[in-house]
Design a binder for this molecule. Structure first.
Ligand SMILES: [Zn+2]
Length: 463
């Protein structure tokens, strides 16, 4: 009887083409990733850890906000695999989704990368059939919501392993015909993302956006039970698995348009293309590099037609090699050609002096680039976290006093202008020098880099 009624409503509304389902209730299972107490040498229960945060807790906040928001809509039943800090295996999460009759399983995560240089938000789906089609279409709606509020899109992807879908959760759900997606909301260990997602309000907001994306996909309305809901007709189920890109970007070429060595500004054009996926990042490194060199600071590739223009800032006076690296959204990378930058020395004496110092450094058996060197004294105050005090108050007082004593002649005005100029110059020098030192420190840190944070997307297949 009920079945017949559903059939009838289905036929009745079949005239409206935008939705493929008749009136029904959608069951959404939200899965806050990770949970439980981490064992020694195994962070899989915590997820990624950075800035004193444990991913499992952040996931839970976002997932709960998503749950609360989705509950405001009609035509939907919502479940959480966990609502507190408990340990759950991937199998348990998928079994729970099966038990409650999930139409879709959505796993909530945040990201981190080994070298802390990646950023952006990505979504993983199954590579197979209807699970791909549903997962990908739903992921597009969620990604749209994220991007509308400032997230940097890193694409919707599949990932394959030896047993099929790489991620255990997706693989197990797909085996039960439940489309599952993994939401990676951004990198907690990279400021490009972190500065936007470093507080509870932001984590909740992302949960609301997740829910909004789901609601849009299924055509849900708040406080309204609709006669018919979605999803809208999306992509067709592919007959073959949708494979991730497994080749690096091609044709990576670095051209220097202009180098102002006294400022250290390199105007560049970078060329690259990738037929299978989008380009995502680019970065520069000085000196000798190879395929394994970590490019510590990456920029977002936003150039059109395989061409990225920009200005890269080096320490003023830099002479030496510069190489670029370009990544696609699958984090596959290619090096560019290496260019030699030459500083324009104004004083011939300096050049001689430089050559002499370079010779000395070489004879010491060090392959350090002396132009990159900073005096020990300068370095000490940076490493101690201290900038040298610039007594701006004295100057300001002097200006105040001068102002109070009623400025009557141009000499006083000149003095003020002079003092203000001095402050500006001093501050500029301090900023410039500290930026150079900071770069140097990063170089040092890099050479001794340790695997203190794992990419949990990588590790997520453990059980
Ligand atoms: Zn995770």
């Amino acid at each position: 009887m009920l079945f017949g009624l559903l059939m009838l409503t289905g036929l009745f509304f079949a005239a409206k083409p935008q939705y493929v389902y008749a009136a029904r209730t959608i069951t959404i299972v939200i899965d806050p990733g990770h949970g439980g107490v981490s064992e020694e040498n195994d962070d899989s229960h915590s997820g990624c850890r950075y800035h004193g945060l444990e991913e499992k807790n952040v996931n839970l906040i976002t997932a709960k906000a998503m749950y609360d928001e989705l509950c405001k809509y009609g035509n939907v039943d919502v479940y959480l695999t966990r609502d507190r800090d408990v340990e759950l295996s991937l199998q348990q999460r998928v079994e729970y989704a099966q038990q409650v009759g999930a139409d879709v399983l959505i796993s909530v995560h945040y990201n981190a990368s080994e070298n802390h240089n990646f950023f952006g938000s990505e979504i993983f789906t199954s590579a197979y059939g209807q699970c791909y089609a549903t997962g990908h279409s739903l992921a597009e709606k969620i990604m749209d919501e994220w991007v509308s509020e400032g997230s940097i899109p890193k694409d919707i992807k599949t990932r394959l392993g030896k047993k099929g879908d790489y991620y255990g959760l997706i693989r197990r759900a797909t085996a039960s015909d439940i489309p599952a997606i993994i939401l990676e909301h951004g990198y907690l260990d990279n400021d490009r993302d972190y500065l936007r997602i470093n507080n509870e309000m932001a984590w909740r907001r992302l949960g609301v956006l997740d829910a909004t994306g789901v609601a849009k996909y299924y055509g849900l309305e708040k406080d309204t039970f609709k006669e018919e809901i979605g999803p809208e007709e999306g992509i067709e189920a592919p007959s073959d698995p949708v494979r991730p890109d497994d080749t690096e970007p091609e044709g990576v070429r670095l051209e220097i348009d202009n180098y102002s060595s006294n400022k250290g500004d390199v105007e560049f054009t970078l060329y690259a293309y990738d037929d299978e996926s989008k380009l995502m990042y680019y970065g520069f490194e000085q000196g000798d590099v190879d395929k394994d060199t970590v490019f510590a600071e990456l920029e977002l590739w936003d150039g059109a037609n395989g061409k990225q223009k920009g200005v890269y800032h080096l320490q003023p006076g830099y002479s030496g090699k510069l190489t670029a690296k370009v990544y696609n959204v699958y984090q596959l990378d290619s090096l560019s050609n290496t260019v030699e930058l030459a500083a324009n020395e104004e004083e011939p004496d300096d050049e001689e002096d430089n050559a002499l110092k370079e010779e000395e450094a070489r004879s010491d058996g060090e392959d350090t680039m002396f132009l990159d060197e900073i005096s020990e004294e300068e370095e000490d105050w940076i490493i101690g976290g201290q900038l040298p005090a610039v007594d701006t108050s004295a100057v300001a007082n002097a200006i105040d006093k001068n102002t109070e004593s009623k400025v009557k002649n141009s000499y006083t005005m000149l003095l003020i202008a002079g003092l203000t100029g001095a402050v500006v110059i001093t501050v500029s020098i301090v900023i410039g020098v500290s930026a150079a030192i900071e770069r140097k420190r990063k170089n040092k840190k890099r050479s001794g880099s340790s695997k203190d944070v794992f990419d949990w997307a990588e590790e997520y297949d453990k059980d």
